[in-house]
Write a protein that binds this ligand. Sequence first.
Ligand code: C5P
Length: 227
Amino acid sequence: NTAQTLAGKTVIITAGATLEPIDPVRFLSNHSSGKMGFALAKACHDAGATVSLIAGRRVALQTPFGVERIDVGTADEMLAACQAKMRDDEQMIFIATAAVADFKMANIASQKIKKTAGSDGLTLELIKNPDILATISEQFPNAFMIGFAAETQDGETYAQNKLDAKNLDMIAVNDVSDSSIGFGSDDNAMTVFFAKKYARSKVQLPKAPKATIAKQLVSCIAMLTTK
Ligand code: C5P
């Protein structure tokens, strides 16, 4: 019987990996499992929020009870799905846990790419994907914005820069150089940094199951969004 600390709030969460087609049979993606985003979706719902989970369609996890799930493929589709769900008001909370592919094909091949006799190489031309979190943050300035970051070094410096660059309220950073946590793992350990208007404070969340970390993150969110 969890306290309804997010009652009246609407939470939109991105989770898992995006998938960028190369040709009709191949794609670019990454190893994100979606576990952190799904754990957060459950924790936000348990805290009384209305939750929509915008998930990469290869995520192989059960949708948490009571949560609306929208499956998407590419980063462009994920952004469009988020824009369709967002409103620009202070009851909205946007949480970006998805591992969005930084690049997509400049032109998706319409036919399967073939090996060419006499050539040992193949060059693909890639272009940048939109930054979903930065775009949503700019378009919906009254919503509360939360980012995640996986860093292998100088976590705090990158985190503070990202907080400012993407105009976030808080960012949760985990150290992916430790293979016992993060990608695919059931555990996580994070440091949460808060924006300038919250005096740039920080909170350390020691290694724990993702469900526990999710509850602690919800407490942080509730503390900053409820007056
Ligand atoms: O800049 P970086 O990729 O490290 O930022 C990570 C944060 O930004 C995560 O919250 C991630 O979900 C979000 N992001 C995004 N769209 C991108 C890249 C990152 O929403 N194209």
